[in-house]
Ligand binder design. Structure first.
Ligand SMILES: [Fe+2]
Ligand SMILES: [Fe+2]
Length: 132
């Protein structure tokens, strides 16, 4: 079963590029979660982990660019939230590739929990500024 399913009520931001990128991000996270909890080969899990993390980095950079373009006052705090997740992801990525940790159910739930909080709290808040 999918870990996270995009729907407008829970995750809609009213910003088209953000909603589109969140849907892609959710798909990549679901794919990783299914591989990791389904006992896929380690190399396949690692490739999907790398793909997800590079997409997360790309998506965050895109949001930050758009916020900067509108001189959005919440940019610094918002970017701080992004940077914290990137640090956690980079640590997991390094440890996974060093065979020190596996991608676990709990890791998937942690990222889902982060998105469940971040999108309605931080991403939704930039809608008026980005649509102005
Ligand atoms: Fe986002
Ligand atoms: Fe964000």
């Amino acid at each position: 079963m999918a870990l996270i399913t995009w729907n407008a009520a829970d995750y809609g931001t009213n910003v088209t590029f953000a909603d589109n990128e969140h849907k892609i991000l959710f798909d990549k996270l679901n794919k990783l979660y299914d591989l990791a909890t389904g006992g896929a080969e380690r190399g396949i899990i690692g490739a999907q982990l790398d793909d997800l993390i590079s997409y997360v980095v790309e998506h965050f950079a895109h949001e930050e660019q758009e916020m900067a373009a509108k001189n959005y006052a919440g940019l610094v705090v918002h970017k701080g939230e992004h940077d914290k997740l990137i640090a956690v992801c980079a640590d997991l990525q390094t440890k996974f590739h060093n065979s020190e940790v596996e991608v676990t159910e709990a890791a998937g739930q942690m990222v889902k929990g982060w998105l469940d909080y971040h999108i309605p709290t931080f991403d939704t808040a930039y809608a008026d500024a980005l649509n102005s």
